[in-house]
Structure formats: structure tokens, C-alpha cells
Design a protein around this ligand. Sequence first.
Ligand SMILES: C[S@@+](CC[C@H](N)C(=O)[O-])C[C@H]1O[C@@H](n2cnc3c(N)ncnc32)[C@H](O)[C@@H]1O
Length: 544
Amino acid sequence: MSSGNCKSCNKSANLLCINCKEVYYCSRECQKSDWKNHKQQCKSYEIYKDEKIGRLLRATREIKAGSLIISEAPVIIGPKWTSDEDDEEDENFFKFSCVGCFEVISNLRHKCDVCMWPCCSPDCPGLTNAELHDIECQLLKMGKGPENRTNVKSIKKYFRTDILIALKILLLQRKNPKRFKAIMEMESNEKKRMMTLNYKEAEERIMFIEENFLKPLQKFEEKSGKEILQLKDKKTLHKIYGIVESNAMYISLKTGIEICGLYPTGVIMEHSCVPNIRYEFDMKNGFKISIKAGRDIKKGEHLATSYSNILWPTSVRQQHLKDNKYFICTCERCKDPTELGTNFSTLRCIGTDNNPCNGFQLPTNPTSEQENEFACNKCVIKVSNEHVNLITSKMNEEVDNILAMNPSPLIIEELIEKLNPFLHPNHYLLFNLKHTLIQLYGNHKDSSYATITTEALKKKLSMCNDLLKIVLSLDPCHIRIAFYTCIIYYEKGMCLNEMHKRNISGIEDAKTSLEEARRIIMNEQDSPEGRMVLQKVENALIKL
Ligand SMILES: C[S@@+](CC[C@H](N)C(=O)[O-])C[C@H]1O[C@@H](n2cnc3c(N)ncnc32)[C@H](O)[C@@H]1O
């Protein structure tokens, strides 16, 4: 254990400040008594305003990897404001969220005593929690209820959880005006989202809110002569949805259900496709967020998270950020046609009939939708962006269809063979196929470790090494795709273990790979998948 001198009384001490990891205390009392002095030194960031990005967080000193930078409670928590596609598809599928704790309920046995909205149990603690259902319960009570209380379609049409987050925020103006003000000061991208698809979808939700809850509220206000909510117009509701779309963070509950929350300082973090921040939520402690340095951060660096999926290629990430967060990302990965040397979007150049080419086609201007095209690094051939989008989306569809069918290793091998002449070996579509394939080699009925050939083992090992190069370039500190990287190390370890049994590799190599898998997944123990994979890796290490 490391030690130093207590910052308060100078005695020898080994209690390190968990936040900055810079100073020691001999006891909690000494730490508490010094907090007023230490507070400013401990804080490692400042809020800075940039012309293009708006507010952002900037490191005021060097921050070591793993240090806690921010720990704060949400200003609001609620169900997501968009419905999952699966739920929309099947209109008779009976799936609701509990209005108290947001967990899925598959029947309507229980209802909140006050507003009659579905809940998981009359004892659900969320129902009476001042931070959760209590905020909107009285307004929901004013609602008309479903048109037909025995018809699933009608019930589903009424109990819409996608409206709850906006209602909660609207009601904060009465329940907690300070929080309401803090939320209304967040970025809403008001002008940029005008008439976008998000705007149109929000418009429909707003009309539902007005018809079912705000009209009855207005009637009540007129009758009683009391104003309950000062702001309840369409413009305010659109601003609220704009704020939620631009700032809300997704939180996965233990059961895998995703909800969302707004955090006072957390929302200021900017986006980068090469993030330096990781965060986790404490479900048992009011969904408090802990924001930590994902790697060593230098003084002056911006604190950045990724609003997108870093396993998507640049064109897809760009479109997603443009459609949902209303900006064009110009981070080092987006500007680099090779995507940090991975060639994640690179195609093969097929040349012409007379002049076949073995070069590669790369985007010329990846951050510009209008000016971008693909150009060969060996010949003069260029391909338009639209053409590339068209052929990759067709291939994407085929890959998705095959992967959805629980394919055998052979079927995936055949598809890789088919796409190989058109794509760089590291292209994201081949990455997806190979990431599935390494998990099937040795573990599928057609390719178990008992029957797999040594040649196939060598192929699996080489594929694992290729995939590792990609994930370690995209996410060297395991900030966002730890799960994917851990799986590759695990499969590599299992493959090396089998090779050891066949006397073609040392056991140490297998152990090193499995230990790396364990180290990486340790940070992901909060998620059910993370815990499951950790268990799998530990079992494999025991059996070595
Ligand atoms: C969660 S907010 C971040 C805080 C915001 N900058 C503010 O002033 O409140 C997200 C919005 O910030 C802006 N933003 C975040 N990252 C950006 C980036 N890398 N480039 C340009 N704008 C960015 C976009 O307007 C985006 O919709």
C-alpha cells in the first residue's frame, strides 16, 4: 500500500484522496477537516466555452488514468423518449414499463393507486419516490385513460412511457424550480432540430401530452383559479425534447432495460470518437454517475466521451451524430481516411477489365458528406460516395441477415470469401463476421475443440491477432469496447490452450491472453454481460 504524509496534520498516512489520487490523509476526520482547502486543488477540470462546441470540460491539471473526476446525482431520470423498434413492430406484444421503477412488466395486474398507470407491484418503491414517479403522478391522474380498457392496442396507445421524461421535466418547474432552471439551460439545439425527423416525432408526442394531460390541467386551473404550471406551451415542450435528445445519457438497468438521465456537469462533456473518459452509474445510490479518466489526461485536454458507437465506420457515426446531436464530428479518427490505421471503411479497388488493380479505395474527405468520394491509393479510379453507400448497405443487409440466423462457421466463411474481393480485410463488415467466427471455431457442433483441425486453430489464432490490432487501435485503453476486446483475448487464450495440448504452443501464451481478458473485463462488472464473461474467463484460467 502506498503512503505519504497527512495533508492535514503531517503524520504518516495511507488514505489516498480517491478523487485526485494526489494527497494522503491519516484519517477520515483529517480528510473532512481539510476538504475546504483541498476542494479547489482536487477538482481537475473547468468549464470552458468554445465557439463551435459550446460549453465543454477542460482538464486543469494532469489526471491519472482511473481517477474519479466527477461524481454527481442526476437532475432527472426516466424511461427513454423513443420506443424500441421491436415493441413498435408487434402491436399485440404485451410489454410495458413499470411507471415506478421502469422495469418491464408483462401484465397489467398492478396499477399505481393514484394515477392508475401500470406498475410492477403496489409496493414498488419508485411509486412514492420523490425523485421518480411522485414527480408526475398527479398529472397522470388527470389523464382520460385508454379509450377501451380491455383492448391491448388501445391500452398500449395510452400508457406511453416515451412521454414520461418530458412530463417529469415539465413538472420540475413546480416540484424543484432550481433543477428545472438547470435543465432549461442545457443545450437544446433548438434551431438545428427544426423540422428534422426527431422534431416530427417529438411533435406527435407533444400533441398526445397536450390532448391527454395538459388540457385537463388547464381546465382544472381555470376552474380553481390556481396556476399549477406556468410554462406548458408547445415551444417549451419542444425545447425539453431537444434538451433530452442532445444531452440524455443511457443507463442500462440490471435486466438490460435502458432508461435515460440528465446530469448537471456530465452533460457538458463533448463528443469524440476517441474518448478519454469512462463512466458508470450507481443504481443503488439514486443513479449517481462516476466519471473517471479512461487514460492519463494532460492539462488542457478536453474531457470527451463518445455519443456514438465506435464500432461503426466513420460515415455511419457521422450520420448518427448529425441526425441526433446536430454536429459534424472532426475528431482525429473522423478526419483520418484510414480510421487510425485500421482501414475500417476501406474498399478494394477492382480496377478495370484491361487494368486490374490491387490498390485500396479510401475516402478523400470523410468529414464532408458533399465533397467526399473514394479514391484508389494506386490508380486513378474514383468512386462516388453514393455508390459506396449503396454497395456497402447491400452487403450490410446480407451480413445482418446471416448473423441473425445463428450461422455455422462454414456459412460465415463462405460469406467472408464472397465479400473479400471487394473489402479491405479490416473492413467493419468483415470485422463483424470474423468476431463471430472466432467465437464459433472450437465451440460449434461442426467445429468443436475435439474435432477442429490444427490448421483451423492456426486460422483462429491469426484472426484473433488481426482483430486485436483493430480494437486496440480504435480503443487502446478499453474505454468503450472492452467487451469486444475481452472476447478476442478470451478466444485467443482458449485457442492457445488447445494448441498447447497439441504441443504446438506454450501454456504461458494461453495464460497471458486469458489474464489480459480478465484485466479488461474487470471494469465492466456492473453489467450482467460483463459479470458473465468475467466468470467464463475465470473458469478458463482455473482449468488451465
Ligand atoms: C451533451 S451537449 C454538450 C454540452 C454543450 N456543448 C453545451 O454547451 O451545453 C451536446 C451538444 O454539444 C455540441 N457538441 C458536443 N461535442 C461536439 C463536438 N465534438 N463538435 C461539435 N459540437 C459538439 C453539440 O451541439 C451537441 O449537440
